[in-house]
Design a protein. Structure first.
Length: 229
């Protein structure tokens, strides 16, 4: 027994201390982080940083925009990530999930690229590709072959943001892809409401659930940061 303890002590001296320490944030980068715990709005605030007390509720494992309350945002910020979420919208509803949300002066406060959440059949924005469901709102349209589930059904969405590369996915298919260093992106921004912010969408920021005045539901919201994010 004494020999065994001496061997264990020798091994502990051989291994550097960092191998026995708690893993750092860098070491665990790439693991999924739940942004919604299914029961509370922990990790979410109003855009002014206050607790969410009106307009949004958690019921049956879903975040429900039930009334006027304004947009809500995560307390954390990310630049490079995979984001997955499920959503459904009421008939005629308009909402969105924004990312890399921050202050892009002089265009305004609290803006960022938006994954459009919409009832295409029941809302006028559905007739314009750049503002239809799954599009990068007002900038890059979703593919015309996208498979959007009908009102009352859940849709599965994914956003990929890696440096200048952005992707939107809907129900297992990639429906939008753009390189923010490309001429196509520069032309799209120049012709949009974001033209006053040349660095629009290029920095780390919060995830935002939009209150556009309509009823919408979200669930299974999780994010996986890319290494170095």
């Amino acid at each position: 027994m004494k020999l065994r303890y001496r061997l264990l002590a020798a091994c502990l001296l051989i291994f550097p201390s960092w191998m026995m320490s708690t893993p750092s944030a860098t070491a665990v980068a790439g693991e999924w982080q739940m942004l919604f715990d299914g029961t509370t709005l922990t990790g979410w605030t109003t855009k002014s940083g206050q607790p969410v007390t009106v307009g949004w509720e958690v019921r049956d494992g879903m975040i429900h925009r039930s009334g006027a309350g304004g947009d809500i945002v995560t307390t954390g910020e990310w630049e490079n990530f995979d984001l997955e979420f499920s959503w459904k919208a009421a008939a005629g509803a308009n909402s969105g999930v924004k990312y890399r949300v921050g202050a892009y002066l002089p265009a305004g406060q609290g803006i960022g690229p938006e994954y459009q959440v919409l009832d295409d059949a029941g809302h006028p924005n559905g007739r314009e590709p750049k503002t239809s469901a799954g599009s990068l709102y007002d900038l890059i349209p979703a593919t015309s072959t996208k498979k959007l589930n009908p009102v009352g059904s859940w849709n599965e969405s994914r956003i990929v943001a890696r440096g200048p590369h952005l992707e939107h996915w809907l129900n297992g298919e990639k429906i939008m892809e753009i390189d923010m260093a490309s001429d196509a992106w520069k032309a799209a921004v120049a012709g949009s409401k974001f033209k006053a912010a040349p660095d629009f969408g290029s920095r780390a920021g919060r995830i935002l659930l939009q209150d556009h005045g309509d009823e919408v539901w979200f669930r299974r919201i999780r994010l996986r940061p890319w290494p170095g994010a």
